[in-house]
Design a protein. Structure first.
Length: 304
């Protein structure tokens, strides 16, 4: 059976959801998007989509930055996501990709006189990056795009050419992924995920103003850690602090919680996945599956 895609206000078969070759977003990367995960909970035979309103709130912020006009309200976006996931009848972990894009069919970069369009597709998804083995990471020689170039605070399609260079060159050099610095040498984040360090029993993560996408998973980890009475510091991080951390992990909708065991060939701590990373990873995976009552408010059930 064909999967459905939501496009131009309708639920249509994926094969029919096509975009003309001269579409502005295809020519210039002028799209904004979200990645939302829905987790299948076997015990309840339920699919839970995680922090859906927060994703659409960020989409609306991206739209404000990028001269785009949202097509729907937050409530409508959530309802469309739910209907689409339900129509596709998934009983497995799934990823939804709402994309808002500039749909003019012409050559020329301007956002003016350029209609907005919106679609969501969904696809089954398990791990996007290995969450178990402990990642071997390098610092990328590429720099993160800055707030005054393509703002990382907005989740802009075209900006992912930067992420693709970072992740591809890291893999070609034999690493699992990379951490990027800003032009002035501050630590920002991974190729498409945020970063936490564990130092002296505290979590340390970069400032929201240090050229990162302000991740919803980052926010989730901060809240979970504080509820566990773990101190969380958000501050500027120097490159060499990366080498001195006791533990580190990436986090993101795709990356979930992915522990890191070495950076630039320097083992972190004893070189194994650390206890705080493991504890937060386990808790996160229970939370997203709707298994922790305190955080069930973040999980949108798809089936009645
Ligand atoms: C560049 C970048 N940073 C961070 C993240 C993490 O954001 P979130 O936790 O909202 O998925 C993502 C997306 O997953 C990303 O693409």
């Amino acid at each position: 059976m064909s999967e459905f895609v939501y496009m131009n206000g309708e639920y249509i078969e994926k094969e029919k959801a096509t975009i003309p070759v001269m579409t502005h977003a295809f020519l210039y990367g002028t799209s904004i998007f979200e990645g939302i995960r829905a987790y299948y909970n076997e015990e309840e035979n339920q699919l839970y989509a995680f922090r859906v309103p927060e994703h659409f709130e960020r989409l609306v912020k991206s739209a404000r930055i990028m001269h785009m006009v949202p097509t729907n309200t937050i409530d409508e976006y959530c309802e469309i996501t739910k209907t689409l996931l339900r129509k596709n009848n998934y009983r497995q972990n799934t990823y939804a990709r709402p994309t808002h894009y500039k749909a003019a069919q012409r050559v020329g970069t301007s956002f003016l006189k350029n209609p907005d369009a919106f679609l969501i597709f969904t696809v089954p998804m398990e791990d996007y990056i290995d969450t178990q083995k402990g990642l071997k990471i390098c610092v990328s020689s590429w720099r993160r795009t800055s707030d005054n170039a393509i703002p990382p605070r907005a989740k802009v399609g075209g900006a992912y050419a930067n992420c693709a260079l970072v992740s591809t060159d890291a893999r070609l050099a034999g690493f699992d992924d990379a951490i990027t610095l800003s032009e002035d040498g501050r630590v920002t984040e991974g190729s498409a995920m945020n970063l936490f360090l564990v130092m002296d029993g505290k979590l340390v993560t970069t400032l929201a103003t240090d050229n990162i996408l302000q991740g919803i998973t980052r926010d989730t980890i901060i809240k979970l850690a504080r509820d566990l009475d773990l101190e969380v510091e958000t501050r500027v991080i120097d490159r060499t602090e990366l080498y001195l951390a006791d533990e580190a992990f990436f986090c993101g909708t795709g990356a979930q919680v992915s522990p890191i065991t070495s950076i630039d060939s320097r083992p972190l701590g004893d070189g194994n996945v650390g206890p705080i990373s493991t504890k937060l990873q386990n808790l996160y995976l229970d939370v997203v599956k709707g298994r922790v009552p305190q955080y069930k408010k973040w999980c949108m059930p798809i089936y009645d």
